[in-house]
Design a protein around this ligand. Structure first.
Ligand code: ATP
Length: 351
């Protein structure tokens, strides 16, 4: 059992509260992505799990053990760094063997562990090469092999893909996902990139100001955000938010399209949009506009497929619609999600 749990974890740096009674459970073998804006406490959380720093309150549990006060090298946690930090003057074999030599393991044990890790990560044919002779993806796998030989219970990744350009990043994401599944090691990965988060994790935890705002699958977080912070943090462009009575209504740009037929009107919320700007982006268009809301005007954006029958133009007012089932309701004061209990054409009842 190597589930990881943070219980009421707090860490202060002077007056700065980096973690604020944070609670989190990473399931055995799962890849959990922690995502949040700069300064929200992501790295602090990883450092506390690794044992590189100590909490002021609360504790970290790995498997059945409370590891507060346990030294980093006794926790069986492997931190895999962004730069992959391979030794350039050592072969792949020596790079992978290095942590085991430091532990003073017998030679034949080292050899068999290195070869097992290399075969799990498909780099047996690269064992005699040097890091400079490897592709970026292979280097990532060598770094993983070097971590896995120590038989860790947990992998920690801090922004592992941030130095890669968009194309490589997509490939590296898929590889990381595949090998993490194959190895089955419980993994916590920190990123500020929502694409990494949405595509990599079994589950995602969205953090802000030292707390977890919501934890769930990509789909749960994207479709049913727990508050307006999560609603606007995930998604590009973010969810549209309009104030109405005591509520904030949220809807995704791709669910917001010009009303074409009467059948749509019966099952949708109709909102007139004063179109400000249209962007042509190949297979789709983005329409930026303004709508009336409780105390003035709100800015909205719609993403329309290129084949959509209606093509709004700048300075026109066009009736857009959102299907009722695509609407999200938030309390205007707490900004937390509300449950919509009934939809009618005239109005909506929310609890
Ligand atoms: P980023 O995405 O920019 O790396 P982060 O979410 O990882 O940010 P942390 O590095 O965990 O955030 O920092 C959380 C807060 O704690 C920030 O306000 C940061 O300035 C503060 N902090 C972190 N480490 C220290 C330190 N050693 N001394 C003082 N303040 C610190």
């Amino acid at each position: 059992m190597s589930q990881v749990e943070a219980v009421e974890l707090s860490r202060y740096y002077g007056h700065v509260c980096a973690l604020d009674k944070l609670n989190l459970r990473v399931r055995d073998g799962e890849l959990l992505v922690i995502v949040g804006p700069s300064g929200c406490g992501k790295t602090t959380l990883l450092r506390l799990v690794a044992g590189l720093d100590s909490p002021d309150e609360g504790w970290v549990q790995i498997g059945d053990d409370n590891v507060n006060g346990v030294a980093p090298d006794k926790r069986r946690v492997a931190m895999v760094f962004q730069s992959y930090a391979l030794y350039p003057h050592m072969s792949v074999r020596k790079n992978i063997a290095f942590p085991l030599q430091n532990e003073g393991l017998p030679k034949n044990e080292i050899k068999s562990r290195v070869e097992l890790a290399a075969s799990q990560l498909d780099i047996v044919a690269r064992l005699e090469r040097y890091p400079a002779q490897l592709s970026g993806g292979e280097r990532q796998r060598v770094a993983l092999a070097r971590a896995i030989v120590r038989q860790p219970r947990v992998f920690l990744f801090d922004e592992p893909l941030s130095s890669l350009d968009a194309g490589l990043r997509r490939i590296a994401r898929a590889e990381l996902r595949r090998y993490q599944r194959r190895l089955g090691v419980t993994t916590l990965l920190v990123t500020h990139d929502q694409q990494d988060a949405l595509s990599l994790g079994d589950r995602i935890a969205v953090m802000s100001e030292g707390r977890i705002r919501q934890i769930g699958t990509s789909q749960e977080l994207y479709q049913r955000p727990a508050d307006t912070f999560v609603a606007t943090f995930l998604g590009s462009p973010p969810m549209n938010l309009i104030e109405k009575d005591n509520c904030i209504i949220g809807f995704r740009p791709e669910d917001f399209v010009p009303a074409v037929s009467n059948s749509e009107v019966g099952n949708s919320l109709i909102i007139p949009v004063h179109v400000q700007r249209v962007e042509y982006l190949g297979d789709h268009r983005r329409v930026y506009g303004k709508v009336n809301e409780l105390r003035g005007e709100a800015e909205v954006v719609a993403t329309l497929h290129a084949t959509h029958k209606i093509r709004p133009r700048e300075n026109e007012t066009v009736e857009f619609c959102v299907p009722f089932e695509a609407l999200n309701w938030f309390n205007r004061h707490t900004r937390l999600r509300m449950q919509a209990t009934a939809f009618t054409h005239e109005g909506m009842t929310v609890s």
